[in-house]
Design a protein around this ligand. Structure first.
Ligand SMILES: Cc1ncc(COP(=O)(O)O)c(C=O)c1O
Length: 401
């Protein structure tokens, strides 16, 4: 009974009407993943692989950078778009790891990737505007769009028989109307790992230029790739004046989810708009964490490589184990630390996610969190030890037979 209420609450607004909240808030769609995590979290022995973070703590050299800043009294407000040293360090990082240079007035430090998304969508969307989003996609991007009272049109990736995801660009272009303001793309994608090729980016950029559209490209998983050292970025193909915002974060590559720090790259002309919104939003990113972030960029490559090696090994474990489970359909992702999979005969992913919690104490994210195309799937985050991954797969196997 409790589970049924959870399911209904997950899918529609459930605020008591006497509060008289904004219509948009009363009707905000819920995030089924968050609901499932809440459903499972207090259970004894629960194994949660539903959230988007690794189990490694932030490395010590980053912590020391923040500690030093605290001890030196760096506990005050900072400039609204981040301390100049960090903006410069991000510019250095792009030269070193991406091979291009950006002026610091195009780099805006934010209090998380999530905040970066919020600032960018606030800058671009009026009520009634349309966002064309490539799905499956991280639910918060859709929720942040709803908050702006904009509408969302989903363009689904296709998944072939081998579980390989791809985007039909013509489908994306055909979905755009005169109301469309933004093409919203996550590459590499959470939850599929699908990664847009550089050549595709060029075509999307040409289309956006010709149709006066913005591209918002969430690239927070850009370094979590298993072939090469980074994924293509829209910044590889765009000119400085293009209507492009890229979103980034310290959370994933440097194990800093709790630090709440991210950044945007946008046109220099948009700096003052993002400044104004950030000022009214939360004044500035946290101070001492920015000093930790400088250390992450300066010295974080070895740590990132170690993590990628661990996760790459987990990809092989997943492949081997999934191959032995007849009912599982999935492919090993080329990027990120997620796998999105289906279980034959289990079309209701929320029901299955609840059953896994109830029967084997395993918490996975239901695919319906990621747009319509995700329905019927489950997402597992494999940024854990091999032993923990095997424990999760044992539980899954015993539940689905
Ligand atoms: C695609 C995507 N963008 C942004 C974020 C948010 O990152 P942050 O922790 O910096 O808010 C996430 C987190 O899971 C994500 O999956």
């Amino acid at each position: 009974m409790r589970a049924l209420q959870l399911y209904e609450g997950a899918m529609s607004g459930d605020q008591p009407s006497y509060l008289k909240l904004r219509y948009t808030i009363e009707n905000l769609t819920k995030n089924p993943s968050a609901q499932i995590v809440r459903y499972g979290h207090a259970r004894p022995g629960i194994l949660s692989m539903a959230q988007g973070e690794g189990e490694a703590p932030t490395p010590d050299f980053i912590i020391q950078g923040a500690l030093k800043a605290l001890q030196e009294g760096k506990t005050f407000y900072t400039p609204v778009l981040g301390i100049p040293e960090l903006r410069q360090e991000i510019a250095n990082y792009y030269v070193r790891e991406y091979g291009f240079s950006l002026p610091t007035d195009r780099i805006f430090v934010t209090a998380s990737g999530t905040t970066a998304i919020h600032l960018v969508l606030t800058a671009l969307l009026d009520p009634g505007d349309e966002v064309v989003a490539v799905t499956p996609i991280w639910k918060n991007l859709l929720g942040a769009t709803e908050l702006q009272q904009a509408s969302i049109k989903e363009v689904a990736l296709s998944c072939d028989q081998d579980g390989i995801w791809s985007l039909d660009l013509q489908k994306l272009f055909d979905a755009c109307t005169s109301k469309t303001k933004i093409l919203l793309i996550t590459t590499p994608s959470n939850p599929t790992g699908w990664t847009m090729a550089r050549e595709e980016m060029k075509q999307v950029l040409d289309f956006a230029r010709a149709n006066d559209l913005w591209i918002v490209s969430d690239e927070v998983y850009g370094r979590l790739v298993y072939d090469g050292s980074r994924a293509p970025s829209f910044l590889d193909v765009a000119a400085p004046e293009d209507r492009l915002f890229t979103i980034n974060s310290f959370s994933k590559a440097w194990a800093m989810t709790g630090w709440r720090l991210g950044w945007i790259v946008g046109p220099a002309e948009a700096e003052s708009a993002i400044y104004d919104i950030a000022l009214y939003d939360n004044m500035c990113p946290p101070s001492f964490t920015q000093y930790g972030a400088i250390e992450a960029l300066r010295h974080g490559e070895a740590f990132l490589k170690e993590q990628i090696t661990l996760w790459d090994n987990n990809r092989s474990v997943l492949k081997k184990r999934f191959d032995q489970m007849d009912r599982i359909r999935s492919a090993i992702p080329p990027a990120t630390f997620y796998t999105l999979f289906q279980v034959d005969g289990e079309p209701d992913c929320l029901a299955l996610a609840r059953r896994l919690i109830d029967e084997v104490g395993l918490c996975l994210a239901p695919g319906c969190s990621f747009g319509k195309i995700g329905r019927g799937s489950l997402r597992l985050c494999f940024a854990v030890s091999e032993a923990k991954l095997n424990d999760a797969l044992d539980r899954l196997e015993s539940a689905i037979g």
